[in-house]
Structures are given as structure tokens and as C-alpha cells.
Design a protein around this ligand. Structure first.
Ligand SMILES: [Zn+2]
Ligand SMILES: [Zn+2]
Length: 359
């Protein structure tokens, strides 16, 4: 195999540069993948905008790859061997501390340590998915795909895992529920699929009028209602649809927008659940805690994807039950990482992007 690997390095001034790094040696407890595709999401857009630490950096926290080298101990621990296609969980986790044992990803040993965010000052350097090869840290959590899974479709493992994690697990969506999904982006549509799999009776998706085409995609994927939240009052619409009761579950996957959280408390039914899956980076000005208390609403924040939720996601990808291919709009090489980010951010005029893989 190659002795060096190309990687797209992001600088703090919104500039990518392709560099070459030595392919690292591995130890008994580590490994190496050949990256076959790396999904990108809103977090990549925020990283590009300079919202995080550690620049320069090799981004890429949603990588899929083929095991190229693996130590004996790691092969036993992970249950994989050379040639297997695997999905890599973004967060490094010890698996033994109390937060890890509770299935949370804020490990007491590593904190929030994720592929795609490592400082680039020490070997093994290749710790992000925007690269030809990626080193596997001994405390990596990974999952094996069924043989012959399409690598680009496989790169849906992270958003679809999030859909299951937030809709089924965090929100405990049940058969017959009415679910509101605020945001018709990648995460929103994956939550929609997970809500359908959970047996939701009505699924209401909201976004802005400018994202009408994404709302149309939501309808195509089985939403019962699609609402342009800046044209029609989404709170009133949800009450109308639910006979005044409100939704059982509201999921905020709207990114940094604040109003959806305020609306969510108003549109959820008494005793219902609101899940916030988006970083807002600031306090909420119109949020009235009493509205939540009066209705005994459960408000949950979610940061990442629990390990158990990757399994139904990966099985569903392999099944081909949903036409995920219709959502995959772009496959770009490392040399076009900046274009990938700008496409996903909606900053390329006259070109629609939904799901993008870098490989
Ligand atoms: Zn992501
Ligand atoms: Zn831990």
C-alpha cells in the first residue's frame, strides 16, 4: 500500500490545502482504514466558519472505510479484519467510565474528543475523514457493514444513526404518535425515516419557504404535512392538525435558529417531549421556562449518536427500503472540500445540495 496519504487540511481562515502525510504504523491495539467516503453535515460548515478549536485540522467526523491494517488486539476487540467495510463513530470513548456506560459520548477520560477535530501538531496526523487513510485510535468505536454495501450509501450511517438516536431513543416515539420535525435538512429527513420506522401516524416537517424543495423531499419521503414556518404560523398549524392537543414529539434539527425551540414548547402536547439536537451558541431570548413547566414537558438535549442506534441505521441502509440515493446529490474529491462545504451551506448559487460525500 501507499506510504503516504493525501489529506485536505482546513486552516482557521477558511482555506483548504491538500497536504501529504506519512501513513502511520499501527500497534497491536490500533488500526488504519482506507477512507472510501466521508459524509459532511452542518458541523463541518460550522468548523469551516471557524467556530471550533484546533486549526489547522483534517476535518471529517463521519468516515466510512475499509480496514487496511489492524493489530491483533484491535481485531479481537472490534470484531473486524482486513478488508471489512466499517463505519467509524466520531467520538473517542473509553467505554468504561460512568458516562460511557450510560451510553453518553462525553467520556470522562477523553471529554468530547472526535475524529475530524484533532490538533495537527503530532503524529499520527491522519485523524480526520478528509484523507485517503485514517488512523484508528485504540478507543475507537466502530461498526461493520454488511458485505457489498455501497460506500457512498454507507456514508448515511451517521445522519441516519442520529435519526434513530434522537427520534426513537431520546424522544421515545411510539406507534400512532404525531411527530414534528423542525428542519428539513439531512438530519430532519433522517428523523422522518426513523419516525416512520417507529410507527408515527402523523409527521409534520417545518422549514423556511426558501427550502421549499426540501419540504417537498420530506413529503416524498412520507411526511404527512410540510409547513413553511416563515409563511404560516407553525404553532397554529400543529394545533390545527392535532385537534388542539399538540404533538407528542417535537424534534429541533434546525441548526442555530432559536425560534424553533420557543415554538416547540408551544406546539408539544402536555406531557410530550421536545428534543433539541442543534447547537445555538447563545442564550434563548424568548424562551419561557414556565410554558414548559405548566405542560410538564420533557426537554432533552442530544449531542451525538448512541452506539445502539447505528445498528438499525446500517441495517436500513443495507435493506434499500428507502431511496436514500435520491438524497445524495454530490460526491467530491479531497481537492474540492471547500466546494463541498459551500454546497452544503447553500452558498453555491443555482445548485441544490442535500447529502454530500467526500472521497
Ligand atoms: Zn456530522
Ligand atoms: Zn469513557
Amino acid at each position: 500500500m501507499a506510504k503516504t496519504a493525501r489529506a485536505a487540511v482546513l486552516h482557521g481562515d477558511q482555506r483548504f490545502e491538500v497536504r501529504t502525510y506519512p501513513v502511520p504504523d499501527i500497534a497491536d491495539d490500533s488500526g488504519l482504514i482506507r477512507v472510501t467516503a466521508c459524509g459532511i453535515c452542518g458541523t463541518d460548515v460550522e468548523q469551516y466558519a471557524g467556530k471550533f478549536q484546533n486549526y489547522p485540522v483534517i476535518p471529517g467526523h463521519e468516515p466510512v472505510g475499509i480496514i487496511e491494517r489492524i493489530g491483533d488486539k484491535a481485531a479481537r476487540k472490534w470484531g473486524v479484519d482486513v478488508g471489512d467495510m466499517v463505519a467509524i463513530e466520531p467520538m473517542i470513548a473509553c467505554g468504561e467510565c460512568d458516562t460511557c456506560r450510560r451510553g453518553l459520548k462525553t467520556c470522562r477520560k477523553y471529554g468530547v474528543t472526535s475524529y475530524g477535530f484533532f490538533p495537527l501538531d503530532t503524529p499520527p496526523y491522519l485523524l480526520g475523514g478528509y484523507a485517503e487513510y485514517m488512523y484508528l485510535h485504540p478507543d475507537t468505536v466502530l461498526h461493520k457493514f454488511a458485505p457489498n454495501t455501497d460506500p457512498v450509501m454507507a456514508s448515511f450511517y451517521n445522519p441516519l444513526g442520529a435519526g434513530f438516536s434522537w427520534t426513537a431513543k431520546a424522544a421515545e416515539t411510539k406507534p400512532g404518535d404525531t411527530v414534528v420535525i423542525q428542519g428539513a435538512g439531512q438530519r430532519g429527513l433522517m428523523c422522518l425515516i426513523a419516525a416512520r420506522e417507529a410507527g408515527a401516524a402523523k409527521i409534520i416537517v417545518t422549514d423556511l419557504a426558501a427550502a421549499r424543495w426540501k419540504l417537498d423531499l420530506a413529503l416524498q419521503f412520507g411526511a404527512s404535512h410540510a409547513i413553511a414556518a416563515d409563511k404560516e404560523d407553525p404553532v397554529k398549524a400543529v394545533h390545527d392538525i392535532t385537534g388542539g392537543l399538540g404533538a407528542d414529539v417535537v424534534l429541533d434539527v434546525s441548526g442555530t435558529h432559536q425560534k424553533p425551540v420557543v415554538d416547540a414548547i408551544k406546539m408539544v402536547r402536555p406531557g410530550g417531549t421536545v428534543v433539541v439536537a442543534a447547537l445555538k451558541y447563545r442564550g434563548l431570548s424568548d424562551f419561557r421556562l414556565d410554558d414548559m413547566t405548566f405542560k410538564a414537558v420533557t426537554l432533552r438535549g442530544v449531542l451525538s449518536v448512541d452506539s445502539d442506534s447505528y445498528r438499525p441505521a446500517m441495517a436500513l441502509i443495507a435493506s434499500g427500503k428507502y431511496p436514500l440515493r435520491d438524497l445524495h446529490t454530490h460526491t467530491l474529491t479531497l481537492d474540492h472540500a471547500e466546494r463541498a462545504i459551500k454546497l452544503l451551506a447553500g452558498q453555491v448559487p443555482d445548485e441544490r445540495a442535500f447529502h454530500i460525500a467526500i472521497c
